[in-house]
Design a protein around this ligand. Structure first.
Ligand SMILES: CC(C)(COP(=O)(O)OP(=O)(O)OC[C@H]1O[C@@H](n2cnc3c(N)ncnc32)[C@H](O)[C@@H]1OP(=O)(O)O)[C@@H](O)C(=O)NCCC(=O)NCCS
Length: 176
């Protein structure tokens, strides 16, 4: 599938991390398990869902930087990204995170990123590509099957609060 006109997909560069994190905070609130935890137990954890999610993106970039693909517009501004990991032992590639900034949505960038990511996983010897989505994420539930992904299982996440201690000063929850 071609990349939409005016955009190009390129490999990740270390300087991309802040832009990827900014898109993450802008886009993930409605589909974040971490945000659901903050909503259930406000103020219980040090830091916010956004802190934890942006750390997860930094981890994706550090653990397998070649698994991160970035889509940029004609000016070179980052419009979206996909992160992934390979496992040569299992040959299952995991597509960990995918996001496209709001002003670049519905142009086909998410689809193009996933196609490029699948191609890279294939080139790295993976046999299966795995991706997860929340049940209420209509976009994911439409997009992934249209790219050949089949639903194989549903998972329910539970949480229990283990202590009533509040976070220390300066570590308050600032979830948006
Ligand atoms: C999911 C996401 C990356 C899609 O990015 P995008 O560039 O807008 O997606 P595309 O333009 O490639 O759209 C691909 C398909 O997704 C579906 N889709 C996209 N936006 C949709 C919407 N608002 N409502 C319903 N379906 C939608 C459609 O099937 C669409 O195909 P079509 O345009 O041919 O109908 C983007 O919405 C996003 O960043 N969401 C927040 C983060 C997220 O949910 N990440 C995935 C976690 S599982």
């Amino acid at each position: 599938m071609p990349v939409p006109s005016g955009y190009r997909i390129r490999p990740f560069e270390p300087g991309d991390v802040p832009a990827l994190q900014a898109i993450t905070v802008e886009t993930f609130a409605p589909v974040s398990i971490d945000k659901a935890i903050d909503d259930e137990f406000p103020g219980a954890l040090p830091g916010s869902w956004a802190d934890r999610k942006t750390q997860a993106i930094a981890d994706d970039c550090r653990i397998e930087p070649t698994g991160v693909l970035v889509v940029v517009d004609a000016e070179g501004a980052v419009a979206g990204y996909v992160t992934s990991r390979t496992n040569p032992a299992t040959r299952i590639g995991w597509i960990a995170n995918l996001a496209v900034g709001r002003s670049h949505r519905r142009l086909g960038l998410g689809r193009a990123l996933l196609e490029a990511c699948k191609e890279r996983l294939r080139a790295r010897g993976m046999v299966i590509a795995k991706i997860e989505t929340l049940e209420h994420n209509e976009i994911g539930r439409t997009l992934y099957p249209s790219l050949g992904f089949r639903e194989i299982a549903r998972q329910v996440h539970y949480i229990a609060r283990l202590t009533d201690e509040a976070p220390q000063d300066g570590e308050g929850n600032d979830a948006c």
